[in-house]
Design a protein around this ligand. Structure first.
Ligand code: SF4
Length: 284
């Protein structure tokens, strides 16, 4: 039986993208190939918030995710990849994960809820474990899955084949890749973050869309360059603009401007409903 290192497993409302408002189980895997320390910072500078919290953690242990401080700069799910917090993320068998999912679903079984497999970056090594999870008998009622990915990880051929078979299991089933491609405002390098051929491969398996986090005009100019690169590679999916802001004060400064920008350019707007509804606290 496979095991997955789980940063968080919780039930909430999807706050972003295509399934905004849909009741969802969030399975957040541990580990990411990026740090995204540039979010909310002046260009070229890196947030130190996660590292500072790691220092606090070394002195006064936080016992669970819910106790960790929220950050206003850098990656808002920092504890899902920062090595100093890895002991907060247990390695669980797929059976144990399924049991926990049944406990948090309101009816103890899948009905109209959808599964969000997020991270960290969920398409790192965990691709090998997902078939065990999704093939569990108690997961047979699941109809919709979204992989929230940064769009840099190729699909493992066996996993790709598994997903194609999973879709054949029912006409109602849908797979979505929500690709939050990282622009230079994230602090990550363009050549590492913008991988059009990889994202085009996701389109062979499921509905795939791009989601860009925007704070400034420069971010939008970068998004336009990235969109052109994805289109040149053959990407056909929708594009969403989403305001930066893991905390409410930053989100409310940006959300209306980003919505207007999206309208002006005929792009889709994605909110971050978890921020106004739940303050983006861990477990929401
Ligand atoms: S890709 Fe996502 S999870 Fe990874 S560091 Fe960036 S924002 Fe955080």
């Amino acid at each position: 039986m496979s095991k997955i290192k789980i940063a968080e497993l919780f039930y909430s409302i999807q706050g972003e993208g295509r399934y905004m408002g849909v009741p969802s189980v969030f399975l957040r895997t541990f580990g990411c190939n990026f740090k995204c320390a540039g979010f909310g910072m002046p260009r070229g500078e890196s947030s130190k918030e996660a590292d500072n919290i790691a220092v606090m953690h070394a002195m006064h242990r936080f016992d669970k995710y819910e106790e960790l401080p929220l950050v206003s700069t850098g990656c808002d799910s920092y504890a899902s990849w920062h090595p100093d917090f890895k002991e907060l993320s247990p390695m669980l068998t797929t059976d144990a994960i399924v049991e926990r999912i049944m406990e948090i679903l309101p009816h103890g079984e899948w009905q109209d809820e959808h599964l969000v497999i997020t991270g960290g970056e969920p398409l790192l090594g965990w691709q090998r474990a997902f078939p065990d999870l999704l093939s569990h008998p108690k997961m047979s009622g699941l109809q919709e899955i979204t992989f929230e990915t940064n769009g840099t990880q190729k699909l493992d051929p066996n996993f790709k084949e598994y997903l194609a078979d999973w879709l054949w299991g029912s006409d109602e089933r849908e797979i979505t890749f929500s690709v939050s491609a990282k622009l230079p405002c994230s602090g990550e390098k363009w050549e590492d973050a913008i991988k059009p051929e990889i994202v085009c491969e996701y389109e062979q398996v499921g509905t795939t869309y791009l989601k860009f986090v925007i704070a400034t005009d420069q971010d939008f100019a970068d998004a336009e360059c990235a969109i052109a690169a994805y289109r040149r590679a053959g990407f056909k999916g929708h594009v969403y603009l989403m305001p930066v802001g893991g905390v409410e004060s930053v989100y409310t400064m940006n959300n209306k401007n980003v919505a207007v920008l999206a309208m002006k350019h005929g792009l889709r707007y994605s909110d971050r409903l978890q921020v106004p509804l739940f303050k983006n606290e861990w477990g929401t």
